[in-house]
Write a new protein. Structure first.
Length: 380
C-alpha cells in the first residue's frame, strides 16, 4: 500500500506542535510496518531529510495551490491519502475542505483525520458536510465527537472511525539513577514529591489552577515540587514573564521549576520520576490528548479533568484521578490524596499502564492500516 500523509504542520515548527510531531511519528511507524509512505506539507521550513519522502509545497491552500498538490498526488498514484486537519493549522479557513474535490480519476482513497472539533472562523457547522461527504473514511479522536457526527450523518456512519492518538514520547528505559538525574535536571534534588505538567505553557491551559493548588497544598503541610516541562522563554513571551511574576508573588519560587523544552528521552525520564502527572485540560481529557497518551504509556498516576467530551474508558475506576475544569478545590483534593497515598498512586499506575497498552503505536498502526484498506474498498 502506498500512502500520502497531507499536513500543514510538519517539523520543524517555530512552536511546540503536537500535530507536526504526530505526522512525523505516524510516517515513521507506517514505514517500519512495511508501508510505503510519503508526506506532503505546505510548511516551507519543513525538514525534507527524513527516512521517507517529504514533498514541500508552500502555499495558501487556494485553488491553484491545491491543483498543484493534486497533480503531484496523481502522478505518484497513491493508494490512499490521509489528510490531517486541525483548524488553527490552516488559519481557521475553509479552503482545505475543498481539497478532496480536486483529486480526479483515477484517484486514491480519501481519508480525513480530525485533530480537533474546531471549524473555520466563518460558516459554522455547514462545513461539517465537507468533513464527511467526500471522504471514504473519517477518523475521529474522540468517541463523543464520533457519536454526535453519526447522529448528524447516519448514512455515512459506517465510514466513521474512532482512533485516539498515541504518545509522541517513547518510553525510555530508566533505572533509578536516571530518575534522580531527571529530577536534578529539572532543578530539584530534594526527595519530596514531584508533580509534573507537560504541555504548552500558555494562557487558558489550567496553569493558574495548578499554581493555586500548590498554594492550597502548602496549607495542608504538603510542599511538592511542581515541574512545568515545555518550551519556556520569558525573554520573548509576555505570558511567561507574567507567570514568573505570579510564581514569585505567591511565594512559590522554591517549589516551581521551568526546565524548558527537553529532548524526548529526558521527558520520558521526567514522567517516570514524577509522583503525579497533572494535566488540567480546559475541555476535559480525551484520547485527542497526546500528553495523556504519554502519561498512560508511562504508567503515571494522573490527575486530570473530565467532561462530557471524555471517553468512557477514561472515566472507568482506577484509571484517572478526576475533577471538573476550573475546580481548584477539587484539584487540590485529588493531588493531596495521591501525594499522601502511595497505594492509590500504584492503583492508578496499574490502570494507566493497562489502558496505555491499547494505545501503543503498534496497535495504532494496525488499526490505521485496517481503516486504509476499508477506505480503498469504499472508493467509487
Amino acid at each position: 500500500m502506498n500512502v500520502c500523509l497531507i499536513t500543514a504542520n510538519f517539523p520543524p515548527m517555530p512552536w511546540p506542535c503536537g500535530l507536526a510531531d504526530f505526522v512525523d511519528r505516524l510516517a515513521t511507524n507506517l514505514r517500519a510496518a512495511g508501508t510505503e509512505v510519503s508526506v506532503l506539507t505546505s510548511n516551507p521550513a519543513a525538514d525534507a531529510k527524513k527516512p521517507y519522502p517529504v514533498q514541500v509545497m508552500p502555499g495558501s491552500w487556494r485553488y491553484w495551490h491545491q491543483k498543484q498538490m493534486a497533480g503531484w498526488i496523481r502522478d505518484r498514484k497513491f493508494d490512499v491519502i490521509d489528510f490531517q486537519y486541525e483548524t488553527f493549522a490552516f488559519g481557521q479557513k475553509s479552503r482545505p475542505f475543498w481539497f478532496p474535490l480536486r483529486l480526479k480519476s483515477p484517484r486514491p482513497a480519501r481519508v480525513l483525520t480530525l485533530h480537533s472539533q474546531g471549524l473555520p472562523k466563518w460558516g459554522g457547522r455547514v462545513w461539517r458536510l465537507l468533513q464527511t461527504r467526500p471522504w471514504e473514511a473519517v477518523v475521529f479522536y474522540s468517541e463523543p465527537f464520533l457519536n454526535r457526527m453519526k447522529a448528524l450523518f447516519p448514512t455515512r456512519a459506517d465510514r466513521f472511525y474512532h482512533l485516539g492518538f498515541p504518545s509522541n514520547i517513547p518510553v525510555a528505559v530508566a533505572p533509578a539513577l536516571r530518575q534522580l538525574i531527571a529530577r536534578v535536571k529539572a532543578g530539584w534534588a530534594n526527595p519530596d514529591a514531584v508533580v509534573l505538567y507537560f504541555g504548552h505553557i500558555a494562557a487558558n491551559r489550567g496553569i493558574e489552577d495548578l499554581l493555586a493548588a500548590a498554594t492550597n497544598l502548602a496549607g495542608r503541610g504538603l510542599r511538592p515540587q511542581f515541574v512545568f516541562a515545555s518550551k519556556f522563554d520569558p525573554t520573548a513571551d509576555d505570558y511567561h514573564r507574567q507567570l514568573l511574576g505570579r510564581v514569585a508573588a505567591a511565594g512559590l519560587s522554591d517549589r516551581v521549576s521551568f526546565p524548558g523544552q527537553l529532548p524526548a528521552e529526558q521527558v520520558s525520564h521526567l514522567f517516570q520520576a514524577a509522583d503525579v502527572v497533572a494535566l488540567p485540560f480546559p475541555e476535559g481529557a480525551s484520547f485527542k490528548n497526546g500528553t495523556l497518551a504519554t502519561a498512560l504509556g508511562h504508567g503515571a498516576a494522573v490527575v486530570t479533568t473530565v467532561t462530557d467530551l471524555t471517553e468512557s474508558a477514561l472515566k472507568a475506576d482506577g484509571v484517572l484521578a478526576a475533577y471538573a475544569p476550573g475546580d481548584v478545590a477539587a484539584l487540590t483534593d485529588r493531588l493531596a490524596e495521591l501525594l499522601t497515598s502511595p497505594e492509590q498512586r500504584r492503583t492508578l499506575s496499574v490502570g494507566a499502564s493497562r489502558l496505555g497498552e491499547l494505545f501503543s503505536w503498534d496497535a495504532y498502526i494496525q488499526r490505521r492500516l485496517e481503516i486504509y484498506q476499508k477506505a480503498r474498498e469504499n472508493r467509487v
